[in-house]
Design a protein. Sequence first.
Length: 131
Amino acid sequence: RPSIIRIALLPINVEKTAHQLPAKNLQWELRNQLLATDNLRFLSPSLVPLDSANDFSFVAQELNSAWVIEGEISENNNQLMVNLRLVETHSGLVMVNHSKNISSTQPQWINYSATFITKFKAILPANSQGG
């Protein structure tokens, strides 16, 4: 069995209150997609205090996670602009950025999150494994 890679999944930032449900749907699909892999797992959101969510050194040291997924949803011409990033916690470097306009009437959360995870899974170094 492959070593587990621990990832802190931060809350998705939203531009408007109306985007809170799409953000929850996106996080739900990200969790499902991570759990469907052999070795990618997310930390319980309750482990990351809101005042420490942007403190990557806290995530790296206290939670033993080398990776963070962060993102936001905004609106662009009646579509949702969705942006996710995989960030290496020790350096703060963005390793993968995935942005896409998604129809606000029929969001494609499953495909979007699967594409994002496929993009970043390919670049994860072997020494990123924690736990």
